[in-house]
Structures are given as structure tokens and as C-alpha cells.
Design a protein around this ligand. Structure first.
Ligand SMILES: C[S@@+](CC[C@H](N)C(=O)[O-])C[C@H]1O[C@@H](n2cnc3c(N)ncnc32)[C@H](O)[C@@H]1O
Length: 291
């Protein structure tokens, strides 16, 4: 009951699409090329911690072989995007799922949700009823690259079989994560929180987020994916990477190394100019043995 009231309040409270708070507008789909940048050898059998967002990092992790995925997000409402999409994939056909999100003549048709409604928690029902007209990010939430399970029906079918009924979710700022985690993960996915964070630049993010997380919650040789650079900025990307990641490498503790994983561009229609190269996911590898 409390969850349903809190959800109703969150959806109807004042906010802006430029904020990242407990009640901000939600992301429905990722604009990152996640399936390409994850390292399958590391994902197989891994326990993963992921920012929740649209749920796409969670779904792609499972498709890449992760054994289990726990989630967190500063935005309380993102947990309902994950719940709703999980239950839709488990209970609806690929065609119905696509119609719900991508039929622009009749978007978010509630009738399609009929079969999954009885499966939803009360909060998720409130979310499904009101959020699509009131609390969805208008821009990058639907367009962007389509995740692998939407590009390929076989993957959608695979996901249907491997998706658990529910996921562990903590509503928390990434900076507080080390205080609540009581286990280690082989892979942590932070999407591009760093870019929208109020922490100024890589140095502060390394000291306040990456290093404490690595110490508290990553297994030996584990990985933290902590930024995603879109190809729109490729002209400048060489400089950005050098300034933000290569130069500060010298200041990193010796057990941490940075790796870049290239993927094809996310190709958002919002770029407005020809794409010039690939996207890059930036990852920190943790060698616990040298601690
Ligand atoms: C980083 S955003 C960006 C979207 C991204 N490119 C994608 O693939 O969807 C993804 C999620 O991070 C969450 N987030 C932003 N700042 C956060 C913070 N300081 N702590 C925890 N989560 C945060 C947002 O609420 C959002 O759901």
C-alpha cells in the first residue's frame, strides 16, 4: 500500500527532465550499445551489480551469461520500469512488447498490458497507469539503439526463459553504495552516471566512487564499467580520453587499470550530424591481490 502511495506521489510531484532524483522522469530504453561492450568471458556465471535505469543493462547482462544481477538507482521509479519490462517479456509476445512501446499511432496502449496486470505489484500498477503520460523522459528514452533483445527475436525468447521473477533493488546514490553492499561482484555497471554526476571530473569520481566500490564490492580481476562516450563527440574523443583517463592513470593506485571497449555507434536520431566513429565504454579493472 505504502509503495503505491509513494509511487503516485512521485509521479505527480514536481520535477524536471534535467534532474536525477528519486522522482525524476524515467528512462525506458538504454542508448548504449551494451551487448557489444560487455566481455562475454567475464559475464559468464558472474554476479553483477548494475544501475537499474531502463533495465537494459540487466537484460543484456543476463543474455551475456550473468548468473544473477542486483540493481540500484537514485530514481525510485526506475525499479518499476524494470519490473514492468521483466513481466512483459516473461508474459507477452515480442510483437505485443514492440507495439506497446513503438506503435506511435497508439503508444502505451494499456490494453496490451492486460495479461501482465495481475502479476504486477501495487506500485507497478500505479506506475503503469500514470507514468507513461506523466513521467517518461521525452528524449533518449525510446529512440537510441535498440537493445539486442529487440533487434533479435531469438534473444527476446531466450530472455523470456532466463529472466527471474524479480530483482533486488536499492534506491541509493552511487556514492553511498559501498556502505550498503555486503558482497562482492565480478562486474559492476554504472552506465554514464559519471557524466551527469555533480562530482567534478574523473579524479573526484575515482576517489569518491570507483576506489571505495573497488575495495568494498569487487572480486579479484573484477570490472567496473563507469562511463560511456558517444560517437557524436568522436572528434574530440581522443582528447577527452587522454585528458580524462590516460593522464590520470598515473595517479591511479597500481591495482587499478583502465580499459576502453569500442562498439558501433548508438546512432541516435538526435545527433543531427553524420556519425564519425564508434562509441567507447570505459572500464576499470581491479586487481585485489595487490591491495
Ligand atoms: C546514467 S543514466 C543514463 C542513461 C544511459 N545512457 C542509459 O543507458 O540508459 C541511467 C540511470 O542512472 C541513474 N542515476 C543518475 N545519477 C545517479 C546517482 N548519482 N546515483 C545512482 N543512480 C544515478 C538515473 O536515475 C538513471 O536511471
Amino acid at each position: 500500500m505504502w509503495d503505491a502511495l509513494k509511487t503516485y506521489y512521485a509521479i505527480h510531484s514536481k520535477t524536471s527532465e534535467y534532474t536525477y532524483e528519486w522522482n525524476s522522469p524515467v528512462f525506458l530504453f538504454s542508448n548504449e550499445n551494451i551487448s557489444q561492450y560487455l566481455d562475454p568471458a567475464m559475464m559468464r556465471g558472474a554476479r553483477v551489480l548494475s544501475v537499474c535505469g531502463s533495465g537494459d543493462h540487466v537484460f543484456e547482462s543476463l543474455l551475456a551469461g550473468a548468473a544473477a544481477v542486483d540493481t540500484f538507482d537514485i530514481n525510485y521509479l526506475q525499479k518499476y520500469v524494470l519490473e514492468l519490462k521483466t513481466k512483459m517479456i516473461r508474459g507477452l509476445s515480442y510483437e505485443n512488447f514492440m507495439d506497446f512501446f513503438y506503435d506511435y499511432s497508439s503508444p502505451f496502449n494499456q490494453k496490451i498490458l492486460g495479461p501482465v496486470m495481475p502479476e504486477l505489484t501495487r506500485g507497478a500498477r500505479v506506475f503503469a497507469r500514470y507514468a507513461f503520460t506523466k513521467r517518461v523522459r521525452p528524449s533518449l528514452s525510446i529512440f537510441g539503439i535498440r537493445p539486442s533483445y529487440l533487434q533479435d527475436k531469438v534473444k527476446y525468447a531466450m530472455l523470456k526463459n532466463i529472466l527471474p521473477k524479480e530483482f533486488k533493488f536499492s534506491q541509493i546514490d552511487v556514492r553511498q553504495l559501498p556502505q550498503i553492499l555486503d558482497r562482492r561482484y565480478r562486474v559492476i555497471l554504472l552506465s554514464n552516471i559519471m557524466r551527469i554526476s555533480t562530482l567534478a571530473g574523473f579524479d573526484a569520481y575515482y576517489r569518491q566512487v570507483l576506489k571505495p566500490l573497488a575495495q568494498a564490492a569487487v572480486t579479484d580481476q573484477g570490472q567496473i564499467y563507469f562511463n560511456y562516450l558517444f560517437s557524436e563527440s568522436i572528434q574530440d574523443q581522443g582528447n577527452v580520453i587522454k585528458k580524462n583517463y590516460i593522464d590520470p592513470l598515473l595517479k591511479l593506485d597500481p591495482q587499478h587499470t583502465i580499459e576502453f571497449r569500442e562498439c558501433t555507434p548508438s546512432n541516435t536520431p538526435f545527433a543531427g550530424f553524420p556519425l564519425l566513429g564508434g562509441d567507447v565504454a570505459v572500464m576499470m579493472k581491479v586487481n585485489q591481490k595487490t591491495y
